[in-house]
Design a protein around this ligand. Structure first.
Ligand code: ASP
Length: 399
């Protein structure tokens, strides 16, 4: 059986297993989840995170060292950022329009007593940009900070250029290390059906259905908006004559891992492999655009923030002024850039958007309860958007 078929089968089995546990054996769920499902799922997530930093760093060094002129790195980055912002804007409009049309916040009814939360201190945009420069490259690696790792790789490549031939042993070392990590990835991937099964069945088994019923329109509305954005990408790829079927088939393993783990970072090593081996993406784009997009590009987070802010306003009957909507839009896009590629990251960032727009933070506690149900879909869109933008850049560069 092909790996992608195995992952799909384990996703479906995991959902069924979780649903059966939730419906018929609720008393078994806490013990089974604590001692079996969660440890297995978390173990798999950690194993896949193990390869993220080495594969990103070695790919970047190899990819960049293949680019002969430094100007090209600047050009690729510029084009990518343009594509990211343009597509983020479309995602935002979809998220906001869906929340306007469905009014998910008005149908919740009695939300009970919610504990009020305080917004954490905000990091300003300038601080965020400055923080991309690591003070210690090893810290960047140990923290797995993707933007800092990309920055370090660029500096190291510049250094290697200046050193000339004497940098060759370092490059050979990196190439050899890269091959080793690739082999580790193939071993880890063999375990992915088990990991994905454990993760997804844990989610389904432990979700309480009463909250799901209350927030039904919220969940469905988000899913509709996410699906619409996926359709936008399919349309975009077709217009640019990049076969969506080939795109889907080549990247299916990374998409299924994104969905099963709800972590863009976890899907990154596989996405790079799929781009090179299955999609035939140019090496320099696969090894640069996909890590950059994993750090920055989050269509799912943009949709979540826009949709959620409107939901909260509806929930508390806050009348939205034009200025508030504009603030929501700007902060949703900015916040999406700094949303981490880990499960539940979007929830943490909600405080920033709500605070900026002057909306109550209490709604977060409510939606946090069902977050994991939409997180897989959000992450799927995050990864689709990231890779689609890389594929568009690939085409753009060819022409
Ligand atoms: N889980 C998402 C990701 O890894 C981030 C989010 O929570 O929106 O891309």
């Amino acid at each position: 059986m092909k790996l992608s078929t195995k992952i799909t089968a384990s996703l479906i089995l995991g959902i069924l297993f979780g649903a059966i546990l939730n419906a018929f054996f609720p008393s078994v769920v806490p013990v089974l989840d604590k001692y079996v499902l969660l440890p297995v799922g978390k173990g798999f997530l950690r194993l896949i995170q193990f390869v993220v930093v080495p594969i990103v760093f070695t790919s970047l060094i190899m990819g960049f060292s293949g680019i002969k002129n430094t100007e090209k790195v600047g050009r690729l980055t510029g084009k990518l950022l343009f594509l990211y912002i343009a597509t983020n804007f479309v995602a935002l409009l979809i998220g906001i329009a869906t929340a306007f049309a469905l009014q998910p916040g008005t149908s919740v009814g009695d939300v009970g007593k919610l504990s009020s939360q305080k917004a954490p201190a905000n990091q300003s945009i300038i601080d965020w940009i400055v923080s991309i420069i690591p003070t210690n490259p090893f810290e960047a690696f140990s923290m797995g900070n993707l933007l800092q790792i990309i920055f370090s790789a660029i500096l190291i490549i510049i250094g290697m250029r200046l050193v000339g031939e004497k940098a060759n042993p370092f490059l050979s070392f990196i190439q050899s290390f890269h091959l080793i990590i690739e082999k580790i990835i193939s071993v880890v991937l063999k375990l992915s059906p088990i990991g994905v099964f454990a993760l997804i069945s844990s989610v389904i088994a432990t979700q309480g259905f009463s909250l799901v019923q209350k927030l039904f329109l919220y969940i469905i509305g988000l899913l509709i908006a996410l699906l619409m954005m996926i359709l936008v990408y399919i349309l975009l790829l077709s217009i640019l004559k990049i076969s969506p079927r080939r795109f889907w088939k080549s990247f299916y393993p990374s998409f299924s891992i994104a969905f099963g783990t709800a972590s863009s970072n976890a899907a990154l090593p596989v996405a790079i492999e799929n781009a090179r081996k299955d999609f035939n993406m140019k090496e320099e784009i696969a090894s640069f655009a996909i890590p950059l997009g994993t750090a920055l590009k989050r269509d799912g987070a943009v949709i979540l923030q826009g949709f959620n802010a409107l939901f909260v306003a509806q929930l508390f009957g806050v009348h939205l002024t034009a200025a508030m909507v504009i603030t929501i839009m700007i902060s949703a896009i900015i916040v999406s850039f700094s949303t981490a590629g880990v499960p539940g990251a979007g929830i943490i960032m909600m405080t920033t958007v709500l605070t900026a727009a002057g909306l109550p933070l209490e709604g977060i506690a409510l939606v946090a309860g069902v977050d994991r149900l939409t997180d897989g879909f959000r992450t799927l869109l995050n990864v689709i958007g990231n890779i689609a933008n890389a594929a568009i850049l690939n085409k753009w560069e060819k022409e």
